[in-house]
Each structure stands twice: as structure tokens, then as C-alpha cells.
Design a protein. Sequence first.
Length: 108
Amino acid sequence: MFIYLCEILNMEQKTNIERMDEAAYTLRAISNGTRLCVISLLSNHEELNVSQLVEQLHCEQSLLSHHLTDMRAKGILNCRRDGKNCFYSLKNKQIVQIIACIKTCNCN
């Protein structure tokens, strides 16, 4: 009985560790000022194309494209093609809550 209980507890612990690993993966994927700004912008719009994001963020298109590609690969963003344009949207809406916490945090 004791061994069985330990196995159950270890399974629950593994589940918690796996959840924390997933959270850490997501936090690493967004741990950049440009990426946080992209998510913040997309939280206020259904979708934006690369040109709109470049205009809003005042950054180089090549740098932004790198970030967008990486965030898409990591499951943060969706991409919809329409001709030559790529429109990006948030894949995981819960990430908006993380951004809201960061905005309200008064970290110096």
C-alpha cells in the first residue's frame, strides 16, 4: 500500500513538474522586449501583418521576422498567408494574462 501511494505521489509530482516545464518553455519563448510588444499588440487586434507590426514597433523587418518565426515555431503565434502577406495572431490567448501581469508589475 505504501509503495502504491508513493507511486501515485510521484505521478502527481511529475505532472506538476511537466506543467512547470511547459510554463518555463513559454516564458523563455517570450523573454524579449520585442516579443512582449508583439504579444501586447496582438492582444488588442485580431491579427496584424508584418508591415503593420513593423510600423507599430519601429523596428527592422528582418529582426521582427526572426522573432515572429521563432514564436510561431514555439506555439505562441498563428500565421495566415494571404498572397504575399503573412497575418499573425495569438495562438494561446492565455498568454495575454502573462502580459497583463508584467504590465502591472512595478519592477525596477
